[in-house]
Design a binder for this molecule. Structure first.
Ligand code: DX5
Ligand code: ZN
Length: 214
């Protein structure tokens, strides 16, 4: 599942008025996996965007872009098909957001995308009892970019990596924290502020990739 591995710039920290241009900058440096954070104001307090923005990015970006959509929304089973139809290549939802984990996985796959399951820092690793295409380990509390990496996450990453082939880490990932995550077994590294809040997002992407030996 190599299309789901690598450094995934998160558009949450990008300039939304020039979203496609910002994504093209990091794609020019080699980025393929583009992380899109969807928040509903319920599962997490902030509201970001929905399928319309995912569809607009799909239209604007080359086919080589892999849209990695991270749903921080309640009852994701009601919305996953809409996101795949809009152009998501991969959809991750939270175990804390629905009692229908297996159903939601099936809905995503039947719609034609790969499926991920995410867990919050306060959720036991064992709650991720299914076999998704990706396990997402939140390394901050979800909802905001720019928070510090929670150090205790490394042990959780190790446990997830024992059971899952693709482990994405999300939150506080930068040139310092990405290496230890990689050593713990993470395969996929979401970085928002460490890429888009810098003067040179393409260079920042390359620096994080180098930190994980890519
Ligand atoms: C937070 C989001 C993250 C966010 C990470 O809830 O899921 O994807 O963009 O931002 P940084 O990399 O700034 O911690
Ligand atoms: Zn995310």
């Amino acid at each position: 599942m190599s299309r789901l591995t690598g450094v995934a710039p998160s558009i949450l920290s990008a300039d939304f008025a020039r979203l496609a241009a910002q994504v093209e900058e990091v794609m020019a440096a080699g980025a393929r996996l583009i992380h899109c954070d969807v928040m509903d104001g319920h599962f997490v307090p902030p509201i970001t965007f929905g399928p319309i923005v995912v569809g607009a990015l799909r239209e604007a970006l080359p086919d080589s872009a892999v849209l990695d959509v991270h749903l921080m929304i309640e009852r994701p089973e009601r919305h996953v098909e809409e996101f795949v139809k809009a152009g998501a290549d991969h959809v991750t939802f939270h175990v804390e957001a629905t009692p229908h984990i297996d159903l939601t996985l099936n809905l995503i796959r039947e719609a034609g995308a790969s499926a991920g399951v995410a867990i919050n820092p306060g959720t036991a690793v064992g709650a991720l009892a299914v076999k998704p295409d990706m396990a997402l380990c939140m390394t901050v509390n979800p909802g905001w970019g720019g928070q510090p990496f929670i150090r205790g996450s490394l042990d959780r990453i190790r446990k997830l990596a024992d059971r899952h082939e693709v482990v994405e880490v999300d939150g506080g990932v930068d040139t310092k924290t990405a290496g230890p995550c990689s050593e713990a077994g993470a395969t996929t590294f979401v970085a928002g502020s460490a890429i888009f809040k810098t003067a040179d997002p393409a260079q920042a992407y390359s620096d994080i990739l180098a930190a994980v030996g890519g």
